[in-house]
Design a protein around this ligand. Structure first.
Ligand code: TYD
Length: 222
């Protein structure tokens, strides 16, 4: 199956005035701060908002999150991948799809399909094709209207993580080669999905990043 055919098998939510957004980036790219800014803007417009994170967001998903992020042993990449997909399918069924049915609803998701493509597809070497194929069944074939990719380089991520200084979880403990693959993977994905993924230079100040997101979001919001 060609990559173009793969892409054509995906769909986007169609409720008028509803919007499905995701944020992506490596550790310490500043997603949390920007999500708060997006929430504020959406509220100002008087729209309904639901913010979720992956893995997690449902009772089942939070258990899976715990299972992956505190795994005492390295997991097989396929095991990792299927755990993330199980969490995602449940989140779509229980939370995302029902919420988006009401016009004027905005879902903001901290990580989604591009995390699986970058982490398991690129860095864990399963390949983009494998990950896309696994997503071609309902409800996993739902793509966001827009994905904000906060792009920072490896060095910036490492120094921000050092300042935070908390204990490293399962992925944070990986070597720098893994992280470089993630950075490369995300940049490739921005090229593969140019109509959906907006790459934002996140080496800049938080205020400048917010401004870049805002000016795009204003064009999407009803
Ligand atoms: P989290 O603490 O939420 O990371 P962050 O604060 O950086 O978003 O942990 C989620 C981790 O799981 C993160 O390292 C990325 C990884 N992940 C995958 O490897 N594949 C996936 O499909 C998803 C959703 C997350």
């Amino acid at each position: 199956m060609t990559f173009e055919t793969q892409k054509s098998l995906f769909r986007q939510p169609v409720t008028p005035g509803s919007l499905f957004l995701s944020l992506e980036g490596i550790e310490a790219s500043g997603k949390t701060t920007q999500i708060q800014q997006i929430e504020a803007l959406v509220r100002q417009k008087g729209l309904r908002i639901l913010t979720l994170r992956e893995p997690g967001g449902t009772a089942f998903g939070e258990k899976l999150r715990e299972a992956v992020l505190s795994s005492p042993t390295p997991l097989h990449p396929l095991a990792e991948c299927h755990l993330f997909l199980a969490s995602r399918a449940q989140l779509l069924k229980e939370m995302i799809l029902p919420f988006l049915l009401t016009p004027g609803s905005v879902v903001i998701l901290d990580r989604y399909i591009d995390s699986t493509l970058a982490y398991q597809g690129k860095a864990r070497k399963l390949g983009y094709d494998t990950i896309l194929t696994l997503h071609q069944h309902d409800p996993l074939n739902l793509l966001p209207h827009r994905t904000y990719f906060l792009d920072i380089d490896l060095h910036t991520s490492m120094s921000r993580q050092a300042v935070r200084g908390h204990e490293k979880d399962y992925f944070e403990a990986q070597q720098s080669e893994f992280y470089q693959n993630l950075v490369d993977g995300y940049r490739e994905l921005a090229g593969l999905f140019p109509e959906r993924i907006l790459r934002i230079d996140a080496q800049r100040s938080a205020a400048e990043i917010t401004q870049a997101i805002r000016s795009d979001l204003e064009t999407l919001l009803p």
